[in-house]
Design a protein around this ligand. Sequence first.
Ligand code: COA
Length: 347
Amino acid sequence: MGDLIEEWEELAKDYKQLETVNDTYLRKLKEISNLQQTCLKHLKHQRYRLNIMNKTIKHLQQSTNKDALRNLENDIMKREAELQLIEQSLPKQSGAYLKIVLGNIDVSFLNKEGKFRYKDEFEKFKLINHFIAFGLTIINFYFDFRPLQLLYLAFLVWYYCTISIRESILKANGSRIKGWWRMHHILSTVCSGVLLVWPESETWSEFKQQFLWYNIYNCFIQYLQFKYQRGALYRLKALGERDNMDITIEGFHSWMWRGLTFLLPFLFIGYTFQLVNALVLYNLSYHPKATWHVIVSSVLFFIFFVGNTTTTIMVVPDKIREKMRFQCRVMTQRLYNVVNEKVIKIG
Ligand code: COA
């Protein structure tokens, strides 16, 4: 009993410490929340005043000292870029999709490390689920058992629904993910839902085998995408940490182009598969016993084909522009360093 009481007293001391730390934590959280609100208020105010100044500058174009006006315009542009940087560090309003699914909650991370961990975990989540999907596809190949097919399709509905929510959280935290990829995953949820409620029939039996092959190929592509996205994520993190604009950015770009040129042919084969699915389903829709599921799935696969192909084709010019922008920055930095060195020498 004596030992027990001693242990209890020791634990009570520990608990006091925990209470103090927790109090500090709650106080700091409140402070952070107040600081966030103050920053947002200042940000809004700055933007409001800059807007008014921009309008005034337009009226003054003809009447004032042109050089002074140009300098002021440049300063305002710089300030707008600075405000954008500040905005990125503050909590953002969730988009409409997140508001509908999760309600009006704040989904922003407090720091870069949190964002990085979430993105890394998102990529792993996709990979693990594609392994599970691969396993379920193989099982469905060997066992023609309706409950197993339903389990697989229900799994796909859950998976696509979950990643579309996670992608919206990433977007709310500043990810540059294109709108189409998020739309693609929302439509994939719908498509899996349609396949789930497609009753067992002659048309389903005819399409089933092709759908399973398509999913096997999709799992393979997802594995390649995982390798590419994870590589990019870790390299970008290293770049950000070292704050080195020179050889590392060039290194990153040459790695990225190698990754893309390897990945793109496999992606386009996947899109051709989607077009074939759409055409096969379209033909099946003329089957006398075809239900509405057939034509709706055909339309959805066709939308996937068009959306994926155009978005992926557009990635290439985007990347070239990005590369040129980076090269310009590197050149400017080098020039700046050379001039600086000369000035120091002369000085
Ligand atoms: N799904 C989710 N996120 C994606 C994405 C996708 N398909 N494609 C790009 N992103 C994300 C990137 O991770 C990056 O995120 P970040 O801003 O948080 O770092 C952001 O969007 C911007 O990426 P971007 O620079 O435009 O492209 P990228 O170099 O990362 O990837 C591709 C280019 C073409 C490799 C990539 O878009 C891709 O794999 N597309 C194919 C997807 C597909 O077709 N799926 C169906 C298979 S049948």
